[in-house]
Design a protein around this ligand. Structure first.
Ligand code: MGD
Ligand code: MGD
Ligand code: SF4
Ligand code: MO
Length: 894
């Protein structure tokens, strides 16, 4: 059994991988890991389905610009020589700022450290930015302004001690499920603990809340300024703490002038609800305010963060058990990236690029030829500079910017124009890889070795349990081999452990009260040898015990912060509206975010059949009245357009959205759908302090996407369907499923369908039912009495249940009843349509659950689990079970 850490979110759960007899691995939660104590959410428990070789990038590939456009396999030496020669030539001609790295919070700390050392110390530019710019740069900037250092002052077990937890712009139930379950258990044990959710949508997280404040998008600063002013007015202040450990309260209060009535109006909230929140906050000492992308991804993101921290400082609610402002990180190593100075305006080891003493410290430690002396380009600016030709070579590592950046069509144009695009990835086909001149195969989760740091500053090992496939290499090794070719010394690393201990030594370098004191100090780990590094247990900083020192307490426990005068700062946060507001042409505010079972651009979760059915295709969630005004109907397709671009998704209601807003998930892209990159629609406005994009607020218009027919295909082989007006791909267990829609009139259904499915053999075993007048068509293609493909077309979107058809792919032989059912378009056996998946672990559908609730009068999620298993494994669907239970209760009392 090998212990490692989950590949996905910042909770950082421990995972065990146990070889299975006959091949493969069993993935389970690590009971000894403090982050999860053995539990895994639905994504974590499906990790085993994502480690296969299909679609993997296994060899370096290169394409000649202007020549044959296709990528050709090359040797590592040739690829790295080529990149080094081109970089050297570009740097010689245009200077070091003409090249750039764009990296990721999914790199391991060791990879991240090497990339930063190379760029900032050796190439001499700070043009290295990361997708963390899109994620937590506002939290970083807020922490630095308030505390003088980017430190998260809360621990997971504080949740067990808090009396109030406020979740701001966080869909914890879906995005950090194991932390959410911890919160649910705390609430179960102490029902008097108050949970408040501040989110414009009524998300699954709200199922646990005592109070949901459906705030007007973008107005959080009004809300928290109002709270600060209220706390001050009623005297809910810790004057001793404020006097001894902070400065700037008067200035902060001077801009927090609105009375609660005015705040309620600005935030479009019910005054009573607002007061309930303010009064509870004032009355509770142990409050945690946990925040995530609804706060950070805003043109006022940094101010939102500081307006929250202000409310904690005024009452001294920080640095003690059960309380504090808690930035929940997204990616598995968002925090490790912060430790190595991953952003274009930071230096390694919590040192600053714009401070000469800090620069000198890092350069002297590295003994590097130079050190970047001014901040590099932040992500959005970087891709603008690439399009403008100022940056001529970019190397993208472990991120997919053609999908995930705002104004994503601009990103595509930038890469098209760029002289040299290098991409290191683990899969062969992504929307970004399509623009690569050089494609380099990296080791993936399960193969790579190193460390990650989770949301509570706990460093854990990711360990390899699989052999390196093909010629894939560790990202740190690729970068080091490139650096050596560039002629730099200082990159002769033989192992991840060597890099880690160097990083640990740097964190302690000149880190003393007299020199450059920082809370981040993992010097205690600097002497780990290879085997001690291999055996490293999850370790939280700053509390690292050593032979001669007891572990330090939690950060800021003594009220001393990292600013030179040791005081935390209140920041005067003047409320301001989002940069682009809805108007007559673009009347709806587009919000974007995540769904429960997918991870980002789906390069990994998209391959797991277990994760495919919870939400199978991209959608736009819209209030029914807005849908009416836009002329779109639930179940039909709509085009979502902004000034920047457009995409297509299926209209749905019921996502808890208020009027005037719409929500689209971030995951689908050109690999999984015909036209579903929501990044193309999102405005490229950024926060002026952090540079983080305003992903949650773009004015859009929504129109019908008219089609003549709807349909779907289930096929054992993958198909190319680019000729159709709309398609989207869903990974099944033994098949691919495609949802389709078309604008073409179909004359001869049979011939058309056979061509679409790639059937060339006239004698193929083929059954069909066609009714041209009502545009209904069903056909099935059998091979040796097994189903190979089936296709269903109808003028309306209400097609037969996919779950039932999927079950036919398990059968070794179709019987007569199956064939008849296929042509009739519905199962013969009653109850065979189980409905859309709710519980992905046991594949339990909505219809099954609702039927059990109704027939057996179930009232709690535990009863549902006992009856139909749903919710009995990872528990990620429990909030949805609660929702179904309450919907059926309402239905029955109505
Ligand atoms: N299943 C899943 N989990 C993930 C990920 C994933 O891809 N899939 N990604 C990981 C990563 S990298 C990240 S960063 C995290 C993100 O985790 P979260 O931040 O929890 O997720 P999001 O869905 O991006 O957005 C959170 C919420 O912010 C709300 N919001 C929008 N505008 C506002 C506003 O103006 N004010 C307030 N208060 N709220 C607003 C949205 O309605 C949304 O419900 O998730 C991590 N976990
Ligand atoms: N509209 C909108 N856009 C958003 C957001 C939003 O809320 N709304 N959220 C933003 C946020 S918070 C984030 S974090 C980003 C995430 O966006 P991205 O970082 O673009 O998304 P991923 O799909 O995680 O991309 C990771 C890539 O790295 C590859 N990869 C995985 N492991 C490795 C490895 O070990 N080495 C290498 N070299 N490659 C690897 C994967 O195959 C994949 O192609 O999206 C941002 N974009
Ligand atoms: S909560 Fe889920 S996705 Fe996040 S680390 Fe834990 S198992 Fe992985
Ligand atoms: Mo993120």
């Amino acid at each position: 059994m090998i212990k490692t850490t989950c590949a996905y979110c910042g909770v950082g759960c421990g995972v065990t991988a146990t070889p299975r007899e006959g091949g493969g691995f069993d993935i389970a939660g690590d009971a000894a890991h403090p982050a999860n104590q053995g539990r895994l959410c639905v994504k974590g428990s499906a990790l085993g389905e994502t480690i296969g070789m299909e679609g993997r990038l296994l060899f370096p590939m290169m394409r000649e610009r202007g020549g044959d456009a296709s990528l050709q396999r090359v040797a590592w030496g040739e690829a790295l020589d080529h990149v080094a020669d081109r970089w050297r030539a570009i740097i010689d001609e245009h200077g070091p700022d003409a090249v750039a790295f764009y990296v990721s919070g999914q790199l391991l700390t060791e990879d991240y450290y090497v990339a930063n050392k190379l760029m900032k110390g050796y190439i001499g530019s700070a043009n290295i930015d990361t997708n963390s710019r899109l994620c937590m740069s506002s939290a970083v900037a807020g922490h630095k302004r308030a505390f003088g250092e980017d430190v998260v002052p809360v621990h997971y077990d504080d949740i067990d001690h808090a009396d109030m937890v406020v979740l701001v712009g966080s869909n914890l139930a879906w995005c950090h499920p194991i932390l959410f379950q911890r919160l649910s258990r705390a609430k179960e044990a102490r029902p008097e603990m108050k949970i408040v959710v501040i989110d414009p949508r009524r998300t699954a997280t709200c199922e646990l809340a005592d109070l949901h404040l459906p705030i007007k998008p973008g107005t959080d600063v009004w809300l928290f300024n109002g709270l600060l002013s209220y706390l001050s007015r009623i005297g809910a202040v810790d004057p001793g703490f404020v006097a001894a450990h902070t400065s700037g309260l008067e200035d902060a209060l001077a801009v927090a002038t609105l009375a609660p009535e005015e705040v309620a109006r600005a935030c479009r909230l019910n005054l009573q609800d607002l007061m309930e929140f303010y009064e509870s906050f004032a009355a509770t000492a142990k409050v945690i305010t946990a925040f995530s992308m609804g706060v950070n991804q805003s043109s006022a993101g940094t101010d939102k963060v500081n307006s929250i921290i202000n409310c904690h400082l005024i009452g001294g609610r920080i640095g003690k058990q059960g309380m504090g402002p808690f930035s929940i990180t997204g990616q598995p190593n968002a925090m490790g990236g912060r430790e190595v100075g991953g952003l274009a305006n930071m230096l390694a080891a919590h040192l600053d690029l714009d401070n000469a003493a800090h620069r000198d410290a890092v350069q002297s430690f590295w003994e590097s030829p130079g050190i970047a002396s001014r901040p590099g380009l932040k992500a959005v600016d970087l891709f603008e500079a690439i399009e403008a030709g100022r940056v001529k070579a970019v190397w993208v590592i472990a991120t997919n910017p053609v999908v995930s950046l705002p104004n994503a069509d601009q990103v595509r144009r930038a890469l098209e124009r760029c002289e040299l695009v290098v991409v290191s990835d683990v899969v062969r086909d992504t929307d970004t890889n399509a623009y690569a001149d050089v494609l380099l195969p990296a080791l993936a989760w399960g193969e790579k070795d190193g460390t990650v740091t989770n949301s509570e500053r706990r460093i854990s090992r990711q360990r390899a349990f699989l052999p390196a496939p093909g010629e894939a290499r560790a990202d740190w090794l690729i970068l080091s081999q490139f650096a050596l070719r560039m002629g730099y010394d200082g990159f002769g690393y033989a192992s991840a452990a060597e890099i880690f201990t160097e990083h640990a030594r740097l964190s302690a370098w000149r880190n003393s009260a007299e020199e450059l004191p920082r809370a981040f100090n993992i010097g205690a780990l600097a002497t780990l040898g290879e085997s001690a590094y291999d055996a490293l247990q999850p370790t939280q900083w700053p509390a690292i015990a050593t032979a001669d020192a007891a572990p330090a307490a939690r950060p800021f426990a003594d009220g001393r912060f990292s600013h030179a005068d040791s005081r935390a700062r209140f920041i005067a946060t003047v409320p301001r509206a989002p940069a682009n507001l809805p108007d007559g042409e673009f009347p709806i505010t587009l919000n974007t975010g995540r769904v429960r079972d997918h991870w980002h651009t789906m390069t990994r979760t998209g391959r797991a059949p277990k994760l495919a059915d919870h939400i199978a295709e991209s959608f736009i969630d819209l209030h029914p009245q807005d849908a009416l005004l836009c002329g779109v109907k639930e179940g039909e397709l709509a085009r979502v357009s902004s000034q920047w671009g457009s995409m297509i998704a299926r209209v749905q209601h019921g996502g808890g959205i208020t009027r005037g807003s719409a929500f689209v998930p971030i995951h689908w892209n050109n690999q999984t759908a015909s036209d579903a990159r929501v990044g193309a629609v999102v405005n490229p406005v950024v926060d002026p302090v952090s540079g983080e994009p305003e992903f949650k607020h773009t004015p859009v218009t929504i129109d019908r996407f008219p089609v003549k027919w709807h349909g779907f295909i289930l096929s054992r082989d993958a198909l190319r369907l680019d000729a159709l007006a709309y398609w989207t791909k869903v990974q099944g267990k033994d098949f691919q499923r495609y949802e389709l829609a078309g604008r073409n009139a179909i004359e001869d259904f049979g011939a058309w369908a056979r061509q679409l499915l790639g059937i060339k053999d006239d004698d193929a075993d083929w059954l069909e039912y066609a009714d041209r007048t009502s545009c209904v068509f069903r056909a099935v293609h059998l091979v040796d009495d097994r189903i190979a493909q089936c296709i269903f077309i109808s003028a309306r979107p209400d097609l037969p249940a996919r779950q039932w058809l999927a079950s036919l792919f398990d059968k070794a032989q179709l019987d007569v009843a199956d064939r008849a059912a296929l042509l009739a378009g519905r199962p013969i056996a009653a109850g065979a349509d189980t409905g859309p998946t709710v519980c992905s672990c046991f594949g339990v559908g909505r219809n099954t659950i609702c039927k059990a609730i109704r027939e057996q009068n179930l009232t709690t999620p535990a009863q549902v689990t006992a009856c139909v298993k749903a919710g009995g494994n990872c528990g990620s669907c429990v909030p949805e079970l609660k929702k179904l239970l309450s919907e059926i209760r309402v239905e029955e009392t109505a």
